[in-house]
Write a protein that binds this ligand. Structure first.
Ligand code: FE
Length: 146
């Protein structure tokens, strides 16, 4: 991540703000569609649909750490499902009334990329089901001494 691409918001948070042309150059067509145009992976098609290797899921657009593999569960929905984000500050929530539904959209706080939606029918203690597109995620190694 080049230093010049990072901007600090008024709150002092690191933000990544790129033009559509820059995002198209950086992302694959599939990533651009999901992350920048709020697309949705076909169900059961994503590489992270089912829980797999241990690690930390990062935003595929900006690299922000978003979800820990230890809170991923198999929801049967066809999309990667998590009981909570790594830290609440890594994501932003927005009311989404598209497609005749009222849902809560989840975006990456650092870059604004569309991640998925969060629902309140999760099986775990949080009661939440964070339903995230595989295309929006990269799985990396867990940083040491977390
Ligand atoms: Fe991001």
């Amino acid at each position: 991540m080049a230093e010049s691409e990072n901007n600090l918001s008024e709150a002092g948070e690191e933000r990544v703000e790129l033009s559509d042309v820059q995002w198209r150059a950086r992302l694959s067509p599939e990533q651009y569609h999901v992350l920048r145009e709020k697309g949705t992976d076909p169900p059961f098609a994503g590489v992270f649909t089912h829980p797999g290797p241990d690690g930390i899921y990062r935003c595929a657009a900006c690299g922000a750490e978003l979800f820990d593999s230890t809170v991923q569960f198999d929801s049967g929905s066809g999309w990667p499902s998590f009981s909570e984000p790594l830290v609440a500050e890594s994501v932003e929530l927005h009311e989404d009334t598209s497609h005749g539904m009222v849902r809560t959209e989840v975006t990456c706080r650092r870059c604004g990329g569309h991640l998925g939606h969060v629902f309140d029918d999760g099986p775990g203690p949080t009661g939440a089901r964070w339903c995230i597109n595989s295309t929006s995620l990269d799985l990396g190694e867990r940083p040491p001494a977390r």
